[in-house]
Design a protein around this ligand. Sequence first.
Ligand SMILES: Nc1ncnc2c1ncn2[C@@H]1O[C@H](COP(=O)(O)OP(=O)(O)OP(=O)(O)O)[C@@H](O)[C@H]1O
Ligand SMILES: [Mg+2]
Length: 150
Amino acid sequence: MAKAKPVNELKCTFPSWSANEALARSVAASFAAQMNPTCEEVSDIKCAVSEAVTNAIVHGYRDTVGEIQLILKLYADRTFSAEVRDRGVGIRDVEEAMRPLFTTDPEHERSGMGFTIIENFTDSLRVVSSPGKGTRVIMKKKLSMLPISK
Ligand SMILES: Nc1ncnc2c1ncn2[C@@H]1O[C@H](COP(=O)(O)OP(=O)(O)OP(=O)(O)O)[C@@H](O)[C@H]1O
Ligand SMILES: [Mg+2]
């Protein structure tokens, strides 16, 4: 599934205003709709994209505003892929950040479950980050096969 050419692709960029989290999840759901996903799959995609975009907004750019890029791809084997990129503060230790309940922001009642939620709602999650340079979160989900129509 990794090296194949996508059958469709959408790239969009938006500022890290909190209002754009809802926008990003709707864009991802609308894009995936062409593959006739189940309601559960749409809900999983919305939730995963929302967690990654929220992280870019609240952690990546903290009290500043920067650019977030959302790259959506669909492959012939019905793999949906979403990448969320920011050029914010980055993550020092990605393995530690991905641990359930790890958060650097407990004072804002964050539970440290965002990456765990993404892992549960997708088939693969890859986080690439450099302190001072930014973060890329790549999520993939294989959509179920279409039911046979009569
Ligand atoms: N885009 C990002 N830029 C910088 N740091 C990040 C980014 N995404 C995640 N992190 C770091 O990884 C930690 C874990 O992220 P995760 O989403 O799992 O939990 P959280 O955001 O702290 O809490 P929750 O998602 O439950 O509200 C964050 O606390 C933060 O330190
Ligand atoms: Mg989070």
